[in-house]
Design a protein around this ligand. Structure first.
Ligand SMILES: Nc1ccn([C@@H]2O[C@H](COP(=O)(O)OP(=O)(O)OP(=O)(O)O)[C@@H](O)[C@H]2O)c(=O)n1
Ligand SMILES: C[C@](O)(CO)[C@H](O)COP(=O)(O)O
Length: 234
C-alpha cells in the first residue's frame, strides 16, 4: 500500500503566544515544521506529504520548502478552523487503498523508528495510535473552580491511563469513512473520531521524546533533545 503523511500545521498557537504560529518558529536554526517534514522524508523513501497550513500562510510555507530536495513530495493544502477540519481537508486529497499517517506538525522530534512502527501496525491492524505511560500521579476533579483549591478531587489509578501521541496511522478506508461524520466537541484526535464511527483502535508504543510543542518551555526542551541526539551521533 502507498504511504502518505498528512502533517497538520494550520493552528494559530495561542498557548505559545508567539508573533508567528509556533510551527514556523526556528528550532536549532530551522523552522519547526521542516524538522517534522524531514523526519517523514527520512523514514519512508518517496513518501508523499500533505502539508496543511493556515490559508494565509501557504505562500510562506511554499517559500520554506522551495529548493529543498524533497519539494516535489510535498503538497500544500489549506487548513480549517479546527484540527478536525484541517485533517478532513488533508484526507480529501488522499487516494483510497493507502496507509495514511496523520501527524501534528508541531511534534517535530518524531523519529523514523516511530513512523515506521506506526505504518507497520496500521498495515496489520488497520490503525496504529502511539501512546506512552503516565509518569505523574493523576486526580479527577469533579468541581472546577477558579483556583486549584476550589476543586473536589479524587486520585485516579494511572496504571490504566495512557498519553496519546501522533502519528495516528490508518488504512484510508477506515479513517476517510470516519471523517464523513459531523465534528463533535470531544474529537481531540483521529482515534476519537474513529471510535465514534464504531471502529476499535490499535495502540502501539509511543516515544516520550515525541513531545508536542505547545508552550515556550517545550521549545527549550526540544532544542536540548536535539543537542543530545547530535552528541550521540558524533
Ligand atoms: N485549526 C487547526 C488547529 C490545529 N492544527 C494543528 O494541530 C496540531 C496540534 O494542535 P495544537 O498544538 O493545539 O496547535 P494550535 O491549535 O496551533 O495551538 P493552540 O491550541 O495553543 O492555539 C498543530 O500542529 C496545529 O497546527 C491544525 O492543523 N488546524
Ligand atoms: C492529537 C494530539 O496531539 C494527541 O495527543 C492532541 O489531542 C492535540 O491536542 P491540541 O489541544 O489540539 O494540541
Amino acid at each position: 500500500m502507498d504511504k502518505i503523511a498528512i502533517i497538520v500545521a494550520a493552528g494559530s498557537g495561542t498557548r505559545m503566544g508567539s508573533d508567528i504560529p509556533k510551527q514556523f518558529l526556528p528550532l536549532k536554526g530551522k523552522a519547526v515544521i521542516l524538522h517534522t517534514i524531514e523526519a517523514f522524508i527520512k523514514a519512508v523513501p518517496g513518501i508523499q506529504i500533505r502539508l496543511v497550513l493556515p490559508p494565509s500562510m501557504v505562500a510562506y510555507g511554499q517559500s520554506l520548502i522551495e529548493g529543498m530536495p524533497y519539494q516535489g513530495q510535498v503538497t500544500l493544502i489549506n487548513g480549517g478552523n479546527s484540527r478536525f477540519s484541517s485533517v478532513a481537508s488533508g484526507l480529501a486529497s488522499v487516494p483510497e487503498n493507502s496507509l495514511v499517517a496523520i501527524h501534528d506538525g508541531v511534534r517535530c522530534l518524531i523519529t523514523p523508528a516511530l513512523i515506521n512502527r506506526c505504518f507497520e501496525a496500521a498495515q496489520a491492524f488497520g490503525s496504529a495510535i502511539p501512546v506512552t505511560p503516565v509518569t505523574d500521579s493523576l486526580r479527577e476533579v469533579s468541581v472546577e473552580g477558579n483556583h486549584p483549591t476550589d476543586a473536589v478531587s479524587k486520585a485516579l489509578d494511572r496504571v490504566n491511563i495512557r498519553l496519546v501521541q501522533t502519528p495516528q496511522t490508518f488504512k484510508t478506508s477506515l479513517i476517510q469513512a470516519a471523517f464523513s461524520q459531523q465534528e463533535q466537541p470531544g474529537f481531540t484526535d483521529e482515534a476519537s473520531v474513529a471510535e465514534a464511527a464504531g471502529k476499535q483502535v490499535h495502540l502501539v508504543e509511543g516515544d516520550p521524546e515525541n513531545i508536542k510543542i505547545t508552550r515556550p518551555v517545550d521549545l527549550i526542551l526540544a532544542a536540548a533533545i536535539l543537542d543530545q541526539r547530535t552528541a550521540q551521533d558524533n
